[in-house]
Design a protein around this ligand. Structure first.
Ligand SMILES: [Ca+2]
Ligand SMILES: [Ca+2]
Length: 238
């Protein structure tokens, strides 16, 4: 995929929503160097990695479209201005992890980058609580700004998309084990037969578990593999 540079005109971004700052004490007690945490992806660790930048870039530090940062998150090779600032904090928390986009406001997590204002401005999420998202941003009136808050309702209108670097949760369900009891048995076969006959359709992780050969459909071939596994002829897994 061709990498793009997120270059934007966020210098024109003016304040909307409230600009309440976080209580100072909250920052003081959590400032740590980014090196102190080795990709601990707990909310607290991600927060600390980002808030550590407050030392070097306190409120009001000039940060404009002259400022560029090369990003490790994939998707974009780097960004200027607001995007560059968000990318810098993002790398401190997530290292080399790759980013993926999302559009649902309810999925926003600490450390996510949000594109807002008709895709002209980037902010990075410091905190998610009580129906509000608190962010840090560069090129907010040409400078660094900490602690602006948006309500979820505001973001439903203002957010164009989000970028997250938390790894996607992988299903640990074994192929053919529909009821997740650690073995393929008659009950699993029944569920697959029921799906094939369109009596009760399988969805999501159930569907993936039943599609033993992974070809996107559930049919007799999958049933055969399950039966072969049960008989110990051709085990699908140990
Ligand atoms: Ca089972
Ligand atoms: Ca299949």
């Amino acid at each position: 995929m061709k990498k793009r540079i997120l270059s934007v005109v966020c210098a024109l971004t003016l304040a909307f929503g409230s600009a309440a700052a976080l209580p100072l004490g909250h920052f003081e007690q959590t400032v740590l160097t980014a090196a102190a945490q080795e990709l601990d992806l707990s909310e607290e660790a991600v927060y600390k990695a980002m808030i550590a930048f407050m030392d070097e870039y306190p409120e009001g530090t000039p940060w404009t479209n002259e400022n560029y940062y090369a990003w490790k998150g994939g998707t974009y090779s780097g960004g200027y201005g607001c995007a560059g600032f968000a990318f810098m904090l993002s790398d401190a928390a997530f290292g080399d992890l790759k980013a993926r986009q999302f559009s649902d406001v309810d999925e926003i997590r600490v450390g996510d980058i949000l594109r807002i204002n008709n895709n002209t401005h980037s902010v990075i999420v410091l905190e998610v609580s009580d129906g509000y998202v608190t962010v840090a941003e560069g090129n907010f009136n040409y400078s660094v700004h900490w602690g602006r808050r948006f309500s979820f309702d505001t973001l439903r209108n203002k957010m164009d998309y989000g970028m997250t670097r938390y790894p996607e949760e992988v299903s640990t369900r074994k192929k053919g084990d529909l009821n997740n009891n650690g073995k393929i048995d008659a009950s699993d076969l029944l569920q697959v037969k029921s799906h094939i006959k369109k009596v009760q359709l399988l969805e999501g992780d159930d569907f993936k578990a039943a599609d033993v050969d992974g070809n996107g459909t559930i049919n007799a071939a999958d049933l055969l593999k399950m039966k072969a596994h049960m008989k110990g002829v051709t085990p699908i897994w140990e």
